[in-house]
Design a protein around this ligand. Sequence first.
Ligand SMILES: Cc1cc2nc3c(=O)[nH]c(=O)nc-3n(C[C@H](O)[C@H](O)[C@H](O)COP(=O)(O)OP(=O)(O)OC[C@H]3O[C@@H](n4cnc5c(N)ncnc54)[C@H](O)[C@@H]3O)c2cc1C
Ligand code: FES
Length: 318
Amino acid sequence: MNTLSVKVTKKTVEARDIVSFELMASDGGDLPSFAAGAHVDVHVAPGIVRQYSLCNAPHERHRYRIAVLRDPASRGGSAGMHDAVAEGDVIQISAPKNHFALTAAPRVLLLAGGIGVTPLLCMAQAMAASGADFDMHYCGRSLSSIAFQAEIAASAYGDKVHFHADDGAAEQKLDIQRLLAANAVGTPLYVCGPGGFIDFVMQSARQAGWEDSQIHREYFGAAAVSNADAHAFEVQAASTGKRYRIPADKSVIEVLAEQGVEIPVSCEQGVCGTCITRVLEGVPDHRDMYFNDEEHARNDQFTPCCSRAKSALLVLDI
Ligand SMILES: Cc1cc2nc3c(=O)[nH]c(=O)nc-3n(C[C@H](O)[C@H](O)[C@H](O)COP(=O)(O)OP(=O)(O)OC[C@H]3O[C@@H](n4cnc5c(N)ncnc54)[C@H](O)[C@@H]3O)c2cc1C
Ligand code: FES
């Protein structure tokens, strides 16, 4: 696996439970270029790889900046970043990947919930640099949980960013219906944040006449999925013809790993795309938040960390 060696040159507390990390190439050179919406896979500790969105201006090549919210139920990703990664450390990351690209448009709406601000802050900087028009709405539980406030307020695009604190006065809260009504139907909308926030924004936009193709979203995590309805099925590795039985209480990834068939895995929740595997025959039962409805309907790939099968057998391109 190709990784980049980067040095943590700055670690800053940005808000309650949020720290940012400035990363520079450990050989002092330029880093690979990236576009707004990109993230990197960070190798936090052995066996723990987590995705973090780049939140600095996308024209910068001398550094990346990421910001990490501590998850109280962390298995080691965010907790490791907060507790064990310090200024001066050298860590391994992937080159930037982008599943949340900003498409050129004369005007866009950016809607951030909590730590979901990271890719959208990068988009705001890209839109500001290109001279395109945008409005960003950034919601948080309280002002103390809203990161980058001073930086945004002092920036050239500060007047386009509106902060909304859940525990603040009623008149500053996000009125999504009003916001949508004030914009042309179909204005490209980018949303990132907790699942409930994304779903609320998407539902409101659909009700206001937006098509799904005009709403772009990125989930950072998934709510625990109930596997109460799960049943056993088989998968077959196309390369060897070998079949494996997946019992109701195990994932495809787990069974294959036990049998020595390794598929790269990271989030185990169907949000990061690391484990995507091509499906050559059979019908997957998609349980991820990574693909959109159109991609699910094609049934030609799935996320074996959480998705299962509707058919008795899935033949996989492994
Ligand atoms: C494209 C992308 C970009 C991201 N960008 C950012 C960012 O900029 N900043 C940021 O802070 N985070 C970001 N994330 C989330 C980040 O990658 C980590 O998921 C997050 O830091 C939590 O990791 P953790 O190891 O601390 O928590 P985890 O141990 O992964 O736990 C996270 C939550 O999942 C639950 N959980 C534990 N095990 C499972 C399981 N097997 N199945 C389902 N749920 C489980 C836990 O109870 C907990 O609530 C991004 C994620 C993606 C996919
Ligand atoms: S490991 Fe993240 S989608 Fe499967």
